[in-house]
Ligand binder design. Structure first.
Ligand SMILES: Nc1ncnc2c1ncn2[C@@H]1O[C@H](COP(=O)(O)OP(=O)(O)OP(=O)(O)O)[C@@H](O)[C@H]1O
Length: 268
């Protein structure tokens, strides 16, 4: 029988990777990652393009399983339970560990149905109207859409669509929200709204965010992991974790020179 991962004991470390190596076919994308993600905090992943930030994020909710060439060695723990164990249901993992992507991707459905879709699939027994209102309020979108819930999600502005996607992620009552450059396609004002939202959401959720925006990482996160990529003799590019610490340490007093160079913009 599948393990019910929602009943696992809670500790301050929600996700832990131990000696994680990730391959796409023969290509080693990430090497030897040891990283603990703390509960109810925002953890930012920063680093140059191709260093494996999104790859690691997708390992946390087994989204990489959908890529044929993907293979992981080492372990990813959710409250001490190996997420890749044979008795773990990846669908349940993705319900507990939701994801918001770079481009807002509402379903081609009404605002209301965007929120209720996942809940219905999961057999939600509560009041759907209440769920819609609660999720939209938590995503700071309710006031803007409460009079047009039957309109298509794609009729909203890009920033509103992204908050709708956050509301949709919240509606299935996850514990963790993974965000892969959630503001990359947004204007500065929408970005600010989403950043404010992230601050509010961490009261209830654990958030891991990939961002290319140094200021954003400094503004929103409690901890920051800096990844880098090194070339191999055979032309490969291996991503690795350089340094992981409180965000203020990473930005103001990092231990590694590469981190200092990257956060100060001196990185090639
Ligand atoms: N589906 C895939 N198939 C094969 N290789 C992949 C796949 N996804 C990512 N990669 C490779 O793995 C490495 C890490 O990619 P990833 O997207 O995780 O990096 P990233 O740090 O998130 O980059 P970016 O900041 O540009 O989004 C890259 O070399 C990339 O080309």
């Amino acid at each position: 029988m599948a393990t019910n991962i929602s009943t696992l004991n809670s500790t301050d470390t929600v996700l832990r990777t131990e000696n994680l190596n990730v391959y796409y076919g023969k290509f080693l994308a990430l090497q030897n990652i040891w990283l603990d993600i703390p509960k109810n905090k925002v953890t930012a992943f920063i680093g140059p393009s191709g260093c494996g930030k999104s790859t690691l994020l997708r390992c946390y909710n087994r989204l990489n399983d959908l890529i044929d060439s993907f293979r992981a060695e080492g372990q990813v723990f959710y409250y001490g339970k190996n997420l890749y164990a044979s008795d773990i249901d990846p669908v349940e993992v993705r319900r507990r560990i939701g994801m918001v992507f770079q481009r807002p991707n509402p379903f081609p459905k009404s605002i209301y149905d965007n929120i209720t879709f996942g809940a219905k699939i999961n057999g939600y027994k509560g009041n759907l109207d209440e769920l819609v209102e609660k999720s939209l309020r938590q995503a700071a979108l309710w006031d803007e859409v409460k009079d047009k819930l039957r309109q298509s999600g794609s009729s909203l502005s890009g920033g509103q669509q992204q908050r709708l996607c956050i509301a949709r992620a919240i509606a299935v009552q996850p514990e963790i929200i993974l965000m892969d450059e959630p503001c990359a396609a947004l204007d500065p004002i929408s970005t600010l709204r989403v950043e404010e939202l992230i601050h509010e959401l961490k009261e209830q959720y654990t958030i891991v965010i990939v961002t290319h925006n140094m200021q954003q990482a400094a503004r929103v996160s409690d901890k920051t992991a800096f990844f880098n990529v090194r070339p191999t003799e055979t032309g490969g590019r291996i991503g690795y974790l350089v340094e992981y610490d409180a965000t203020e340490v990473i930005f103001n007093n990092p231990k590694q020179e590469d981190t200092r160079d990257y956060v100060s913009g001196r990185f090639g």
